[in-house]
Design a protein around this ligand. Structure first.
Ligand SMILES: [Cu+2]
Length: 202
């Protein structure tokens, strides 16, 4: 609990810093920056748990996953209204010239976040689905992912980002992975989208 409070305080001061760094952003541009910043803070908070340098908290991982899901898909796309590129936005013109590609990645992030919420029970360092005692004593480890253990060959092979939902891993398949691998899939989606759709100027 104490940890959570100090993380919140930290998040607050980081939000203030981000707002300062983007003075001039208003309306949906500001809104999407704030949504992105909230996700980035979440990534920072969860990363140490995934690396084993902070105690693993499945509930916090699930909260992170649902926060990310809430910011993705159509909700994210709606914040990238046509005509809102240019200063102070870092969105590239491709957001609109390749609107389908952008929407597909936003949707991919929703799928992966849903998968991470399912994977949250599979504490990092333990075996994947069904392996061994969950430290969180979650109960019902066997529930839900029946049949996922076999043969999701080449899991990390990546379900091409370009392909949108087609051929991508399902949330259930991601949910059978150890939480740290599912988390990596979510954060890879952040970078994949930034590489294609966000200008690098800071
Ligand atoms: Cu900004």
């Amino acid at each position: 609990m104490r940890t959570k409070i100090s993380l919140l305080a930290l998040a607050g001061s980081m939000a203030a810093a981000a707002a300062l760094a983007h003075t001039g952003a208003t309306g949906v541009v500001l809104e999407r920056m704030q949504a992105m910043s909230e996700m980035a803070k979440g990534v920072k908070a969860v990363t140490p748990m995934m690396r084993g340098t902070a105690p693993y908290d499945a509930g916090a991982v699930r909260d992170f996953a649902s926060m990310v899901e809430g910011h993705s898909g159509e909700t994210m796309v709606a914040l990238f209204e046509e005509g809102t590129g240019g200063m102070p936005s870092q969105a590239k013109a491709e957001v609109w010239t390749d609107a389908e590609g952008f929407a597909a990645l936003a949707e991919e992030m929703a799928l992966r976040a849903r998968g991470l919420a399912l994977a949250a029970e599979n504490a990092p360092g333990g075996a994947a689905a069904g392996g061994g005692a969950s430290m969180m004593g979650g109960g019902g480890m066997m529930g839900g992912t029946g049949g996922m253990m076999g043969g999701t060959g080449g899991m990390m092979g990546g379900g091409s980002m370009m392909g949108g939902a087609g051929g991508a891993m399902t949330p259930e398949a991601i949910g059978a992975m150890p939480a740290d691998r599912a988390f990596a899939m979510v954060s890879q989606t952040c970078s994949a989208c930034h590489t294609r759709f966000r200008a690098e100027d800071d």
